[in-house]
Design a protein around this ligand. Structure first.
Ligand code: SAM
Length: 354
């Protein structure tokens, strides 16, 4: 008889602690009440760039421009002003980070074209557009993924979720090789429910070269972006991307590819009443359905757990990213549904201890 296990793992981090760890990475994981946006105080069109030039009179360097836009962002209450400015300037100069620009690039006067590009991108940030959407790309694990509103921007704590699946897979392989007569381990089949930009699915495919992934999302924009990212990364051969709204009756459709070794999901899990307190960046630009988990944040979690017994292999596991309140709630829910034969096997905290 199969005995699926459920691992509960990291949860979306909504603390300033995270901001400290993330400085320079994501402007999105900061908690925040809906800010009272008053619009720009400084108009970047009245740019005092020339005054801030520390190269030759009349010329501006990358450092000047970063300092200038940092001030503009700060004056206008844009979170992570310095990081936003650095990301935009380095992106336009073809670098990932400001720190990676060499001293020559930092001292060379910027061209008018570069200044214009920086101005255009910075104006988007002034509208509270997340830096990831402003740049149109972002890194997740070792991958650079295209980003496009309103598809959910992958958060750094979700990298922990991917690592947990990888650890479980390598544990399984080790266990098998310890056997006197190791059996050939079949290539892992993974189902991701709610793939968004494809961050989890594509990272797993990259790290597990024998694996296959079925990536499902109910939003066409998400499915299209996952497909685009899969092609860009040349991973399209091992991924099936499905536009489907997963419900209690999805088992037959999802079983088309056979039973799964892993179901992984970062589902919408924000309690509905907390939605109004999310950052302005999120509320204005991201698909709120990607975050809103209903009254108890469990709407999609329950659907996944109810489907898991029919979709998993005997030794299969479910990995979910959840809110800190959810593990207890899930345990109670599983106790109330003993017919599912699911066991809550582990709870992992994310890198900021939540
Ligand atoms: C929090 S986002 C996670 C996206 C991506 N996995 C990541 O971690 O960056 C949740 C995703 O689940 C999708 N989703 C929500 N409910 C769904 C459902 N019933 N069936 C399929 N996808 C769903 C949303 O469209 C969204 O893309």
């Amino acid at each position: 008889m199969w005995k699926p296990a459920t691992d509960f793992t990291t949860m979306r981090c909504l603390t300033h602690q995270l901001l400290r760890r993330l400085l320079g990475r994501s402007p999105l994981c900061v908690p925040g009440r809906l800010s009272q946006s008053k619009g720009p105080i400084l108009s970047p069109k009245q740019s005092p760039l020339r005054q801030s030039c520390s190269a030759r009179p009349g010329l501006v360097t990358a450092t000047d421009v970063v300092n200038y836009w940092q001030k503009v962002f700060e004056t206008n209450g844009i979170p992570e002003a310095r990081e936003s400015s650095e990301y935009i300037v380095s992106f336009v100069l073809g670098a990932k980070t400001f720190q990676s620009l060499n001293s020559k690039s930092l001292c060379t006067p910027l061209t008018a074209v570069h200044q214009e590009q920086i101005q255009q991108l910075s104006n988007k940030r002034l509208e509270r557009m997340p830096v990831q959407y402003v740049l149109g790309e972002w890194d997740f694990q070792d991958l650079t993924l295209k980003m496009r509103p309103p598809v959910f921007i992958p958060r750094p704590e979700t990298e922990d979720l991917v690592s947990l699946v990888l650890e479980e897979e390598s544990r399984k392989c080790e266990k098998n090789s310890d056997l006197c007569f190791p059996v050939p381990v079949p290539h892992p089949m993974i189902l991701e429910i709610g793939c968004g930009s494809g961050a989890i699915a594509l990272s797993l495919l990259c790290k597990l070269p024998q694996s296959r992934v079925i990536a499902v999302d109910k939003e066409e924009a998400a499915v299209n972006l996952t497909r685009e990212n899969a092609h860009r990364l040349q991973l399209q051969e091992r991924i099936h991307i499905l536009h489907h709204d997963v419900s209690y009756s999805s088992a037959k459709q999802l079983l088309f590819w056979g039973p799964m070794d892993f179901i992984v999901s970062n589902p919408p899990y924000v309690f509905h009443e907390d939605m109004a307190y999310l950052d302005t960046e999120i509320l204005r630009y991201e698909d709120l359905d990607a975050l809103d988990g209903g009254d108890d944040g469990m709407r999609v979690i329950k659907t996944i757990l109810a489907l898991a017994p029919s979709l998993l292999k005997d030794s299969g596991s479910v990995f979910l990213e959840v809110d800190p309140r959810h593990p207890d709630m899930v345990e109670k829910w599983l106790q109330a549904h003993p017919n599912l034969l699911l066991v809550l096997r582990a709870i992992h905290k994310d890198f900021c201890g939540k």
